[in-house]
Design a protein around this ligand. Structure first.
Ligand code: HEC
Ligand code: HEC
Ligand code: HEC
Length: 471
């Protein structure tokens, strides 16, 4: 009897142990899955200070047209991070943009895309952030936008207009691959937050999905299936190569925010996911911009090697004295992109024709490549083009000079229908075009004061009239 009892007890303990072991194993699986989801969603890129910050500890400054917004600490620290969040609170912050204290988040946190993420993915991410991320006990810099943008409650109104809370629903008439692609592009991967144009209120223009939009000084091109304005003439393999490595010969190279997306997120996605994204893009609704007359990557050289006779004629560019696009191109670009614009043999220095940066009707990426350079780490490979803007170690170019080079490159290798002015360069040097809403900011407070006075005057006048009538 005693023995039997011992046996039962032992069996129960073993059973309990294996159940615990099983739970631990599934927890490990969940942490791994959550990590993969967080990578596809690129949480780390925004929630880490690029200047040596600890992963997910926040403090990355996002320069929005409304002012600087800092990302928060999302490590499991109970004091500085999200260690006290319940799963429901986590889900609400990520999918609805509302903090546990009820405060609304600014849409710089892409909850408008994450709103389409599945419960399953959110659950795995929650487990990962609670158990797979190192807590960092340091509060990130606080966001303080100017009035009226500091009124977070205003975002609740904005959400009524621009937050689509419907969870992703697979389209049964489409393949599993298309649906996976749609989920990644419009949900976890939030490609739409950059590639879909925005209106005056900064809401996405849903009638023109993925038709291109400005991201600070860069332009996220049209990536809809249209053959002229979008990626319609890229093959599936070319798209996958671009997402995995950030470059496709004869098409484009990823700089700025797209380089960050490739570096922090896309290069780690399984090929099946990259193929699903490419398949979805190629089968998305084509959106054409009437200004586009031919595919951006189909412009060839119009005059080969105009550099002849220029070499040696121009002394050092002291105080920005060299003028003329051809001379400047020869001095600053030809060593890498070659005098004929064709790039190096292996295209590590890419051709400037058959390149969307020079062939679009928007020249921002050509200008910003000069101002800010290209910097991208993929696997072991570090791609670098020096910047010629502030902080350049190879020599700075003025707005006029950059405009001259841009016009030289556009007329000879790219879209000759557009021209760049020094003012255009100055705008991008200052961080990109400022939206109407932000430009109105200094006027909003006085306008509200004026409106208040008008209302008070009106009330006073009505009050007096009614009093008079009564008399
Ligand atoms: C494009 C940049 C960006 C990406 C990508 C991003 N976030 Fe954020 N996130 C922000 C910003 C900015 C804030 C702060 C917004 C504010 O102060 O209103 C924020 C706030 C949050 C908060 C609220 C924290 C708090 O209590 O204040 C959570 C939780 C969060 N993010 C989680 C995530 C997760 C999980 C992911 C990936 C699925 C993610 N974020 C991806 C920019 C980003
Ligand atoms: C943070 C903003 C941002 C996000 C998020 C983003 N992109 Fe981009 N994307 C850009 C910018 C900017 C460029 C232009 C890069 C350049 O030329 O240097 C670009 C370029 C591209 C191009 C090349 C288009 C062309 O015609 O040359 C493709 C394709 C692309 N992105 C696909 C995607 C996909 C798919 C996703 C989502 C998985 C995505 N992007 C997410 C900003 C973004
Ligand atoms: C030291 C070599 C070097 C010099 C000098 C150089 N580039 Fe580049 N350029 C590169 C590299 C490397 C890339 C990126 C290749 C990649 O991403 O695979 C690049 C990319 C570009 C792109 C594509 C950027 C995009 O966002 O799509 C443009 C446009 C460009 N360069 C124009 C210029 C112009 C104009 C000049 C002269 C002012 C210049 N480059 C000088 C090496 C150079």
């Amino acid at each position: 009897m005693k023995n039997l009892l011992r046996f039962v007890l032992l069996a129960a303990t073993l059973n309990g142990l294996s159940a615990q072991a099983l739970a631990e194993e599934s927890q490990l699986d969940l942490v791994a899955k959550g990590k993969a989801v967080a990578t596809a969603a690129d949480c780390q890129a925004c929630h880490t200070n690029p200047e040596g910050g600890k992963p997910f500890a926040g403090g990355y400054a996002i320069h929005s047209p409304m002012g600087t917004i800092y990302t928060t600490n999302i490590t499991p620290s109970k004091t500085a991070g999200i260690g006290n969040y319940s799963e429901e609170q986590f889900s609400r912050a990520v999918r609805e943009g509302v903090r546990p204290d009820g405060g609304n988040l600014y849409p710089a946190m892409p909850y408008t895309s994450y709103s389409h993420m599945s419960d399953e993915d959110i659950h795995a991410m929650y487990v990962y952030f609670q158990h797979g991320v190192q807590p960092v006990e340091q509060t990130a810099s606080l966001t303080a936008l100017p009035f009226p943008f500091n009124m977070r409650i205003a975002m609740a109104g904005w959400n009524l207009l621009y937050l689509d809370k419907t969870p992703f629903k697979a389209d049964a008439s489409k393949s599993a691959e298309w649906n996976r692609g749609a989920y990644l592009v419009n949900g976890a991967g939030h490609c739409d937050t950059c590639h879909t144009p925005r209106n005056l209120m900064m809401g996405e223009v849903t009638a023109k999905p993925l038709a291109g939009g400005m991201v600070g000084p860069w332009y996220a091109p049209n990536i809809s299936a249209d053959a002229v304005s979008g990626i319609g003439n890229w093959t599936q393999a070319q798209l996958v190569e671009y997402l995995k490595t950030g470059r496709t010969t004869g098409k484009n190279q990823a700089a700025g925010p797209m380089a960050e997306a490739v570096q922090n997120s896309l290069q780690y996605l399984p090929d099946s996911d990259l193929n699903a994204i490419a398949f979805y893009l190629k089968n998305s609704t084509p959106v054409r911009d009437p200004a586009d007359k031919q595919a951006a990557d189909s412009f060839g050289p119009k005059q080969v090697n105009v550099e002849q006779g220029l070499r040696g004629e121009h002394p050092y560019n002291a105080n920005g004295t060299i003028k003329g696009g051809a001379a400047l191109y020869s001095g600053y670009c030809a060593s890498c992109h070659q005098p004929d614009g064709g790039g190096s043999k292996n295209q590590a220095y890419p051709s400037l024709y058959n390149n969307t940066a020079t062939g679009m009707t928007n020249a921002s990426n050509l200008i910003s490549a000069m101002l800010y350079g290209v910097d991208r780490q993929v696997g072991e490979q570090h791609v670098l083009m020096p910047k010629f803007g502030p902080g350049s170690y190879v020599g700075q170019l003025t707005d006029e000079q950059i405009a001259e080079i841009a016009n030289y490159v556009l007329t000879h290798y790219g879209n000759p229908a557009i021209a760049v002015s020094a003012h255009d360069v100055a705008v991008l040097r200052g961080g990109g075009p400022v939206t109407l809403l932000a430009r109105l900011q200094p006027l909003i407070a006085p306008a509200m004061a004026v409106a208040l006075i008008v209302v008070l005057a009106l009330i006073y006048w009505l009050f007096r009239r009614s009093r008079k009538r009564r008399v």
